[in-house]
Design a protein around this ligand. Sequence first.
Ligand SMILES: [Zn+2]
Length: 398
Amino acid sequence: LALIPVLTREELEVRSTEILARDRVPVTVAMTSGTTRPRPLVTFRSAGEGAVRSDLHSTLGRGLTPRPLLLHLVNAGHGFDVDAPIPGTFQVPLERWFHFESVLDLLQTSFTFPGFGSRVRGIAGALRLLKALTMLCIENGVDPATFEVELVSSSSDHLTSRWREILSGYWGAPVDDVYGLSEVPGLYARRCLACGHFHFSPLAIVEALELDRDAPSEGRIGRLVATSLYPLAAMQPIIRYDTGDVIEFVSEPCVLQGEAGFELLGRVSQLVVSRRPSSTSPQVLLSSIALNEVLDSVPDIAIGDYGFTRGLGIKSSIGLQKWHLDQKAPAGVAEVALEIELRWSPRQHAQAAGELEASLRRRILQAAPALAQAVTGGAATLAIRFHEPGTTDYWALV
Ligand SMILES: [Zn+2]
C-alpha cells in the first residue's frame, strides 16, 4: 500500500465521476457537503455492495432471541441513503413534522414480526438527528416512559459529555459513540466495553501517517488513511483515502482486543501543532475535540441552526456553535486565535465579556496542558476574541 499515493478528499471531490468501476452500474448515489469544501462529494454504490452491507448488518444482534427492532435516523439531506435494507431496522428521515409523528408511532407501537421482539430497543443516527429527536420529545412533553429504548448510538459529529448526559438522561439508556465516514465503506470504529476507547472493525485497512507527510507515524498520533476492502466500495474503489482526521492511540493495549484503542483528536486542519526542536514529529497543543468539549457547555456562544430543523419547528437552538480556531506561527511562536460569536453584544456588556474571556482561557488551558505549557514557556500565545451577534459566518463542525 505504501507505494500507492494517498487519495485526498479534494481529489475525490473533483474526480469522483472518474474513479468508477467500468463493469458495474450504480444503484445509489450519496451526496455530502462541507462548509469549507470546494465542491460537494458524490459517491456511488453498486447493488452487490448493498447486498454485502445487508449481510454485515444482519449479523448485528445475531444470537439474540428475539432479535431487537431498531430505528435508524437517516440523513435525507445526503441523498438516497447508501445503507442497504436491514431486516427489523426502520430507516426513517427526520426533516418534517410528520416524520417526528411517524417516529413516535414506531417507538411506541408493539409489533409481531417473526423472530423479533415487539418493541424498538435501539436508536441509531447522526448526533444532530438524535439532538433533534430528543429536543422535539422534550419540548412536546413526550413521556420517555412510553418508550422501551435500551441503547442510543450516535455518529457523525463529536459527542460531548454534555450531550451524552442529555441523551442518556432522557432515553434512560447508555449512549454508544461510533466513528465512520460515508465515503469509506467498512471504516467503522466503536467504543470498547473493556477499555472505553475506539477500536476499528476489520472491514477496512487503516494506516496512521505523520501529520505533515505521507510516512507512517512514528508516535502515537497520526493522520488516519483508510482503504476499503472488496467487495465494499467495488463501484468506487477507495484506496488510501486521507480522512483528514487525526487519531491518538492510547499507550496501554486493551485487555479485550489485544491492540491499543484510540481517541479522535479532530480534523488535521483544526489542530494546533508545534514542532519541537528535539523531535521530527509535531506536538499537538490543542485539538478541536478538546476545545469543543469546553465550548459546548457555554450557552453564551451563538449557534447556527442546522438547515434540516426548519421543517420540524424545534424551539431551542441545537445547531453548531459559531466559533473558529486560527493558528499562525510567524517566528516559531504559535499564535493561537479563538474567534467566537456571542449571543449577546460583547460591546454592550464589556464587563461580562471580560469575565467570560478569563473563564474560557482558564478552562481551555486546563483542558489542553500542552498548550498551557507552551503559553507559560513563551512558545505559544492564546487570544480569545468575541464578535457581535450575527456578524460572522463561523461554523464549528467538529
Ligand atoms: Zn478496548
